[in-house]
Design a protein. Structure first.
Ligand SMILES: Nc1ncnc2c1ncn2[C@@H]1O[C@H](COP(=O)(O)OP(=O)(O)OP(=O)(O)O)[C@@H](O)[C@H]1O
Length: 276
């Protein structure tokens, strides 16, 4: 399989008389980790669902390579938690796996000891490891992870990010990762896409957090593990989806060439690497 696994071009979703997200250009190649960041409601999950073909774009295109095998770890699961369900059965809920496949995947994510545990009694970090095991057991070409570190503490976050990188290396798959955290993005990310109803800016998080404060916060890590990706907005997003620009004008949406931005092509959102 050569070429990008999935390509979005000018893709947008329109619902209830407004664009949830618009003009998204995004590509994920095999072996690549692409991270979407942005505030709550900025369209990250909607964009991921377009990439997964769960939602069809109302404008633009989404192309996926032939016979693409996808695994998706959603932000929320609809499971009746009053029913007893152990990890082994949970692993088999959506795809039939052999005992060996289950063992291998749980071992790879450091969750082998949890095989007989009740899913509802797992801690946040344990649950995420089981979710990752379930997703990787299918050996996908493209793995889409929506907020994989929710409910996980800082140390756990770092180990889950490391795990995601290992899964990428082992399976050689492409990974589309979603995080609402604007500040912490793993250095293993090849591309960061900042969404806020549209692509605000994108780039490569190459900087390394060098300060003692970071080391204190995240523990004694290789400096290359964490990077900080910051940007400043030059416009406000109004509750009805319209955009108010720095010059006071209001438009339905914003594009890099709409005359309100002088800093092309980054949409005049300053894309700064913090070398703190
Ligand atoms: N089916 C739908 N119909 C109407 N509005 C929707 C629909 N799905 C999502 N939205 C709205 O679209 C916007 C973007 O939602 P989305 O879930 O993509 O955001 P997100 O960036 O993933 O947010 P979060 O960080 O909170 O998970 C939100 O305002 C949401 O309420």
């Amino acid at each position: 399989m050569s070429g990008p696994l999935v390509t979005l071009k000018g893709a947008g979703v329109y619902r209830d008389k407004r664009w949830l997200v618009r003009g998204v250009d995004l590509e994920v190649a095999r072996g690549e980790i692409v991270t979407m960041i942005g505030p709550n409601g900025s369209g990250k999950s909607t964009t991921a669902k377009m990439a997964l073909s769960i939602i069809k774009p109302d404008e633009g295109t989404v192309q996926r390579s032939d016979n693409l095998k996808v695994s998706y770890v959603p932000q929320k699961l609809s499971i009746d938690w009053t029913m007893p369900l152990d990890v082994r059965r949970f692993m088999n809920l959506t795809s039939k796996l052999t005992a060996g496949q289950i063992d291998d995947a749980l071992t790879a994510t450091g969750a082998a000891h949890l095989k007989k545990a009740e899913v509802r009694s797992l801690s946040g970090g344990e649950f995420q490891r089981v979710m990752l095991a379930r997703a990787m057991a299918r050996r996908p070409d493209l793995l889409v992870l929506d907020e994989p570190v929710q409910g996980v503490d800082f140390a756990g976050e770092i180990s889950i990010y490391d795990l995601i990188k290992t899964i990428r290396d082992d399976l050689g798959c492409g990974i589309l990762l979603i995080s609402h955290d604007l500040h912490i993005v793993m250095a293993a990310t090849d591309k960061v896409i900042c969404l806020n109803g549209h692509v605000c800016c994108q780039g490569t998080p190459t900087s390394v957090a060098k300060s003692e404060a970071y080391k204190n916060l995240f523990g004694p890590r290789n400096d290359s593990t964490l990077a900080v990706y910051q940007h400043r907005h030059d416009h406000d997003h109004l509750p009805d989806g319209r955009v108010r620009h720095a010059d006071g004008t209001v438009t339905d949406h914003c594009h890099s060439d709409d005359g309100h931005h002088d800093d092309k092509p980054s949409h005049n959102h300053l894309n700064e690497q913090n070398h703190a």
